[in-house]
Every structure is written in structure tokens, then in C-alpha cells.
Design a protein around this ligand. Structure first.
Ligand code: MRU
Length: 341
């Protein structure tokens, strides 16, 4: 199972434009850092691991486009620009830090080759980590399972396999039968547009519900677990993910349904003790005012549009990483695994 979210094509990065899904499967090639930065800001490429991988290739593009005498300067400028695209997902900064270290350790004439090698390693590594998380997470599910997810933590949000959805793919690959309820995920509908698109493509039974239906549906169905991704996990296990995740965790706790966060260690930010220190991106109010159509909010009303919220560790039953499943309290396991990365 692989979704072709991004692909290095020799002179640039080929991206699936996620803003056009599910109606139009259109790819475009980025050969310019500003175009790539813009693609991250406008969510043409989105999801924590995917923006890390895309940004890494952005640094390669900067090196390729500059003459030898200006190459190092162009790489530094690209890293500065790409760091400003989105604030919450730590994978972006993790990947750019890796690229900066490789640039520092390379001679000018070798910059392009060594940066490309590192970006490809970040991409391949992400895919393998997702497969490992999938295997660990799939063991949590019975042979016939009903699960919930929020936003899109799938192949589209990573280098092709997915974190939370990777668990579903891995479960399906070993013959488990799943029924997935996907929250539509207002305001940008990543659940309806993206999760439902990729699960359907993979032949997995998916039902889209409005976000405000989650409590009622969870009460009616026998739900085996909620699986979500994360954009940044603090040292104590508090996890930032798409706005609405926190509410879903509260609903799951009320109904005694286990709530799992599935994320690679590149999403863990051990330097932040708890979720209160995680920067939350505020996005343009028009995403709420008009979403995908006409105005639905009177001009006179104000709009608040935080893109993420933080689910406290106490509501999380387990954090599934490439190393295994951490159980609360999370600090010791996350610290140990971080040292092993
Ligand atoms: O704003 P987005 O679409 O980039 O938000 C993405 C999410 O919140 C995902 O759930 C998260 O990045 C985990 S992706 C494996």
C-alpha cells in the first residue's frame, strides 16, 4: 500500500495537490523553493511527516538552483524560509535541522549530492517507520474492528503509508476486517476529502460523519478504538493534532473507548515539557467563513480558527511509535526511544 504523495523527479519534487482532492487527482512539479513553501502554507502538501519530507527536498532544490559560489547561502535562506511555513508540526523543524547538519558537514561541491541523499533517507525512513507503527498498532485490533479517526493521518500526510491510517492498512494486510468512521474535520475537511479518498482507494470500509456526530455514533456502535496522528508530542505525552482531536478524546473516554495517538519519534519534541508549550497555528478566518463555497458566517461576526488542539496525556491510552506502544506515564518511554533514534 503506497499513496504517491510526493516523489523526487530529478529536477524537482512532484506533489499531489491535496487541495483538489477528492474531485481531481492532479500532480505538479515544484522546482522553486518559494513555490514549495507556498504549497506547504496552502496545504497542497500537508500532514506532519509529509511537510518534513517536502521541506527537506525544498533545501535540495535551493542548492540545485544556485551557482556554486552562492549555494551555501541559498541553502541557509531556504531553510529560514521553510521554517516559517507552519509552526505546529515539529517534523518540519526536525527534517530541516537534519538538512542543516548535512549542509554544515559537506564541502561546497558536494552539497547537492549529500543534501539529496539526506532528503531521500528522510523519505524512505518515514515510510519504514510508518510500516513499523502499522504493525504495532494492528495488534491492538480484533479481527473485526470498528474504529474512529480524525483529520488525515494517512499516506497523504506522510511519505505514502500513514500513521493512524497505517494501522488500518497493516490490519487489513493481515486479514482483519475494519469499519472506519472518519470525522469530516471542519473547516478544511481533511477527513471527508482525504481520509475517505485514500481508505476507499485501499478498499477499506469508510463512513464519513460530521464532527458533531461523533458522540452519538460512538454511543450507538461498538467501537474498538480511536486512532489519530499528531503534529507534536510533548515530553509528558500531551499531543497536538488537528482541531477537534481533543474533543474526540473526551468523547472516547466517556464511552470507555481506547484512544491511541500514532506518530513517529520525529513528531516527539522532548524539549517541551507539556502541551502548553506547543505553538498552535492560527489560520485564515476565511477557511471558516467560506470553506469550500459561499459565506456561511455573517460579516459582522468574528471568527476564530486555530488549526490544532492539544489532547492531554491523561486521555491517551497509548502512543504507538516505530519502537512500540508507550503506555502512561509516557515520559520515560519517550525519553528512552528519543535517545535510540
Ligand atoms: O493541517 P494539516 O492537514 O496539516 O493537519 C494534519 C494533522 O493534524 C494530522 O493529523 C497530523 O499531521 C498527523 S499526520 C500523520
Amino acid at each position: 500500500m503506497k499513496i504517491q504523495t510526493l516523489e523526487w523527479v530529478g529536477d524537482g519534487l512532484r506533489l499531489l495537490d491535496q487541495t483538489l482532492l477528492p474531485n481531481d487527482e492532479r500532480y505538479f512539479v515544484c522546482t522553486d523553493v518559494e513555490v514549495l513553501a507556498n504549497a506547504i502554507e496552502t496545504l497542497q502538501v500537508r500532514g506532519a511527516p509529509a511537510i518534513g519530507v517536502a521541506a527537506a527536498y525544498g533545501v535540495v532544490i535551493a542548492a540545485m538552483n544556485a551557482g556554486l559560489s552562492r549555494r551555501r547561502e541559498a541553502v541557509a535562506a531556504a531553510i529560514t524560509r521553510l521554517r516559517k511555513t507552519r509552526p505546529t508540526a515539529v517534523n518540519l523543524f526536525w527534517a530541516l535541522d537534519r538538512m542543516a547538519s548535512v549542509a554544515d558537514a559537506s564541502a561546497d561541491g558536494e552539497l547537492v549530492t549529500s543534501l539529496l541523499k539526506e532528503a531521500q533517507a528522510i523519505e524512505v525512513d518515514d515510510f519504514r517507520r510508518c510500516e513499523a507503527m502499522g504493525r504495532h498498532g494492528a495488534a491492538l485490533l480484533p479481527d473485526e474492528a470498528t474504529v474512529f479517526t480524525h483529520c488525515n493521518a494517512g499516506g497523504l500526510a506522510t511519505s505514502g503509508y500513514g500513521t493512524a491510517l497505517g494501522v488500518f492498512y497493516a490490519a487489513a494486510e493481515i486479514g482483519k476486517r475494519l469499519r472506519v468512521f472518519a470525522d469530516e474535520t471542519r473547516p478544511l475537511l481533511q477527513g471527508a476529502r482525504l481520509t475517505a479518498w485514500e481508505l476507499s482507494k485501499a478498499g477499506i470500509d469508510v463512513t464519513v460523519i460530521c464532527d458533531n456526530m461523533a458522540a452519538a455514533v460512538m454511543r450507538q456502535k461498538n467501537v474498538d478504538g480511536v486512532f489519530v496522528g499528531a503534529d507534536r508530542i510533548a515530553a509528558n505525552g500531551d499531543a497536538a493534532n488537528k482541531i477537534g482531536t481533543y474533543g474526540l478524546a473526551i468523547i472516547a473516554r466517556h464511552h470507555n473507548v481506547p484512544f491511541y495517538v500514532v506518530a513517529p519519534m520525529s513528531t516527539v519534541d522532548i524539549s517541551i515539557p507539556d502541551g502548553s508549550g506547543i505553538p498552535i497555528e492560527l489560520r485564515n478566518e476565511n477557511e471558516v467563513r467560506r470553506g469550500f463555497g459561499p459565506n456561511t458566517v455573517p460579516e459582522s461576526a468574528q471568527v476564530f480558527n486555530p488549526a490544532f488542539d492539544v489532547t492531554p496525556a491523561e486521555l491517551i491510552s497509548g502512543i504507538v511509535t516505530e519502537f512500540g506502544i508507550a503506555r502512561p506515564p509516557y515520559s520515560a518511554a519517550l525519553k528512552k526511544w528519543m535517545e535510540a533514534v
